[in-house]
Write a protein that binds this ligand. Structure first.
Ligand code: OOG
Ligand code: NI
Length: 458
């Protein structure tokens, strides 16, 4: 039996999700067009950027690139999702605790982990597990648990195909096609809620996110995010296309050498829903929104510590959550603080602030066999036998993610939870450990160094 590569199943699934979401949320289609148009213009205006993206392979994956987000209610749901994503070569990377920012969830990102798999499809799903233990009202908590225990978010076909993939070690072409269709059903939007209008109101009063998870049949995809090469241009153009962006761009400020991840979203839409006790009457729920992202260099632990320090300092100086009224001051404070973050590729590399991939140059390949065996990386770079490109950041940022959540939950949701960060409980629910993202970047960097040494014979 011959199996389809999980990377190709993921590529196909990502496309199917995008098509489904575009049909469900037309504004996502409008945003995709805007991003595509902006990317084409940026590439035409900046041939150096186009060359850089070509040399790393990011050029080819740019149009495929997107992430989505879902929220689940129980350990069993999370564990089965983990198995479903594994069929597509996606593993849980990173642990994000959103409770300090007043969002009662903790999360991971399912994604491909090897650079060659990311090249085929960098599709990622930010997946949050509701922390029901944070609901203070015991009666409401018990009600939420009973509703969640009764639902089945996977089709029987999806469950069978997950089993089959695990038993066989993969899926055939026909099985993979079926799997994509079945898996898609879990993430579809349903107009009919599973609770009464009054129950919805109570859940929502506790936290809008709790209603979003508990009151529906399944974890509808709540946004899909295309990757742009210039997020400031897209942010500025969104209103022209009838899209209202959130007040500030999350993540680092604009720089010469982009680092980590910058994100902005547009507000969730009010959508009609029918409650179980009044199927004809129209209630409303807002959950689904649009987002764009710009990705830059993955930072080492040292670089990340500096990023966190500068971000916290800028936010402390602002003294409140960024919003419409203080957006300009926030942007100014961020720019001022981030002057302290080196902004050239050479500095980022020499000070070990970012991870890099190394490539042999034609000059290096021609010199193979004549080079000093113990030549250092710096020497090979100086002599232009090698060149270095920053590794793209494939993950998320907790402070930014909280900002994206909040922009879609309303300002009333900005409270704090006393609960402890609980990675262990998350991993117990998932049924496995989450992977440390920094280790993945370090491995990719090391593989590229090993390959370069082999290619140059040093
Ligand atoms: C997830 C919000 C976080 C991101 O890109 O940081 C996120 C959610 O709203 O479920 O998508
Ligand atoms: Ni997102």
């Amino acid at each position: 039996m011959s199996f389809v590569s999980p990377d190709l199943i993921r590529q196909r699934f990502s496309r199917a999700m995008s098509d489904m979401y575009r049909d469900e949320v037309p504004l996502y289609g409008a945003l995709m067009k805007l991003v595509e148009h902006t990317n084409a213009q940026v590439l035409a205006d900046q041939p150096e950027l186009a060359a850089h993206l070509r040399s790393t392979g990011e050029f080819e994956r740019l149009d495929l690139e997107r992430h989505g987000a879902i929220r689940v209610g129980t350990a069993a749901e999370l564990a089965t999702l983990g198995r479903l994503f594994a069929v597509m070569g996606m593993q849980p990377v990173g642990y994000y605790d959103l409770t300090p920012a007043g969002v009662p969830v903790h999360s991971t990102a399912f994604r491909a982990v090897h650079e060659s798999a990311l090249q085929v499809s960098p599709f990622r799903v930010f997946t949050s597990l509701l922390r029901l233990e944070l609901i203070e009202n015991a009666e409401l908590r018990a009600f939420a648990e009973s509703v969640l225990d009764r639902r089945q978010i996977f089709t029987p076909g999806a469950l069978e195909l997950i089993d089959l993939a695990e038993r066989q070690g993969g899926l055939t072409q026909a099985q993979a096609e079926d799997f994509v269709l079945q898996a898609l059903e879990t993430f579809r939007w349903h107009h009919s809620a599973t609770v009464t209008a009054e129950q919805y109101r109570q859940l929502s009063a506790q936290h809008r996110l709790i209603a979003d998870v508990v009151a529906f049949k399944g974890p509808h995809i709540n946004h899909l995010t295309p990757r742009t090469l210039d997020i400031d241009i897209v942010q500025a153009r969104m209103p022209v296309h009838g899209i209202t962006p959130k007040a500030v761009i999350e993540g680092p400020p604009r720089r010469q050498c982009p680092i980590l991840l910058r994100q902005t979203s547009f507000k969730a839409l009010d959508e009609p829903v029918a409650f179980t006790n009044q199927p004809q009457a129209q209630g409303s729920h807002s959950a689904r929104f649009g987002e764009i992202e710009q990705r830059g260099a993955a930072l080492t632990p040292t670089g990340r510590a500096l990023y966190d320090q500068l971000l916290n300092a800028a936010r402390d100086a602002l003294g409140e959550f960024p919003n419409e009224a203080n957006a300009e001051r926030y942007n100014r404070l961020m720019a001022e603080h981030f002057v302290a973050f080196p902004d050239s590729h050479d500095e980022l590399r020499q000070q070990a602030l970012a991870y890099f991939r190394y490539f042999p140059t034609p000059k290096g390949l021609a010199a193979k066999g004549t080079l000093e065996q113990a030549a250092s990386l710096e020497h090979l770079l100086e002599q232009q036998y090698l060149h270095a490109e920053p590794l793209v950041y494939e993950d998320f940022l907790p402070v930014s993610a909280a900002g994206i959540f909040q922009s879609n939950l309303g300002d009333a949701a900005q409270s704090h939870y006393a609960g402890q960060s609980n990675r262990q409980a998350f991993e117990t629910a998932l049924g496995r450990a989450t992977i440390d993202e920094l280790g993945l970047y370090a491995q990719t960097q090391q593989r590229s160094i090993d390959e370069c040494r082999a290619a140059l014979g040093v």
